[in-house]
Design a protein around this ligand. Structure first.
Ligand code: MTE
Ligand code: MO
Length: 307
């Protein structure tokens, strides 16, 4: 089995992304709600896809070799080197807490009932680098509707697999394992919030969070928890790992916000992976460019207080 495709391998994949799907990716839901038209590249062009405003999807190579996945080590190159150890089949997700139909569901059962879509999203790490990634997956809201959310639920908690024999980074106490994340229920139900099972239409590689990971495009990357084995509906704000490690620097909300700096660096601009070494940094966009879609979730909240 091929584990590392070259850019040439993925180029034809661009063709299956029709215009409507690509629009859905940028703007979220309503075609034309953001930016302007997106063009899929033809195969003779360089890899990647143009987004409105001169943004181009990152290459398969960029997306799958420059990663944060501390379960496999802390260097950006550790996940691609070590994540092949992870057994991703069989895989099940335990869903519990305030749900109508709790249980342990096989990933096949969970995914088979979902509408799978391709969406191109900006991805902004709290470390001030970014990419543009063509995800494949489904809306988390669909899954939550399927299991039935009880009326008392206000938050969704997520956990990554704990398996130090395969996740060799878990033998060091870099993070209080297992990695945990959480969303408010309305954030989890938002149509932009995805569970991703693929990239460029290919099965998601282990280093990117196989077999299933969260993608919340308006939040810093650490919210997008990988290799999920547990989802819990709760009435209390869940723990999230980076907040547990350094609460002053990493909050629960972690909405991309160019006006709220990290205590140790500015969040006003970012380095787009794949831009040349001497390329100008790009301005960071409010809510990572998804302001029209998500600002309403935070009406009346002080975003510097709830960082
Ligand atoms: N389980 C787990 N999920 C995780 C991480 C991690 O270390 N462990 N890193 C986060 C961070 S900081 C980022 S930026 C993104 C990186 O996703 P990518 O490697 O697919 O670009 O994954 C997030 N999800
Ligand atoms: Mo990150």
């Amino acid at each position: 089995m091929k584990t590392r495709l070259t850019a040439d391998d993925v180029t034809p994949k661009h063709l299956y992304l029709n215009r409507r799907q690509i629009m859905a990716g940028l703007g979220g839901i309503a075609a034309g709600s953001i930016g302007g038209p997106l063009m899929a590249r033809t195969p003779d062009q360089a890899p990647g896809m143009d987004m409105a405003g001169g943004e181009t999807a990152n290459t398969w190579e960029d997306i799958t070799t420059y990663n944060n996945f501390y379960e496999f080590g802390t260097a950006k190159s550790d996940p691609v080197e070590n994540a092949h150890r992870l057994t991703t089949s069989p895989w099940a997700i335990e869903i519990d807490g305030l749900v109508e139909r709790p249980g342990t569901y096989s990933i096949e059962d969970l995914v088979s009932g979902m509408t799978i879509e391709d969406r191109i999203y900006r991805f902004r790490c709290v470390e001030a680098w970014s990419m543009v990634i063509p995800w494949q997956g489904f809306e988390l809201g669909q899954l939550l509707e399927q299991v039935g959310v009880q009326s008392g639920a206000r938050y969704v908690a997520f956990q990554t697999l704990l398996r130090p024999e395969e996740m060799i980074g878990q033998n060091r106490a870099t993070v209080p394992w297992p990695y945990r994340e959480g969303l408010r229920l309305d954030e989890a139900m938002h149509p932009l919030t995805m569970m991703a099972t693929g990239i460029y239409g290919e099965t998601i590689p282990n280093q990117n969070g196989a077999p299933i990971r969260l993608v919340v495009p308006w939040k810093y990357g650490f919210k997008s928890i990988k290799s999920i084995v547990k989802i819990t509906l709760t009435d209390e704000q869940p723990e999230n790992s980076w907040n547990q490690i350094l609460s002053r620097e990493y909050g629960f909300y972690s909405n991309v916000n160019p006006q709220v700096d990290h205590p140790r660096w500015s969040q006003a601009s970012e380095r787009r992976i794949g831009d040349g070494l001497f390329a100008r940094r790009r301005d960071t966009l409010m809510f990572n460019g998804y302001e029209d879609e998500v600002a309403g979730l935070y009406e009346g909240m002080d975003l510097a207080e709830f960082y």
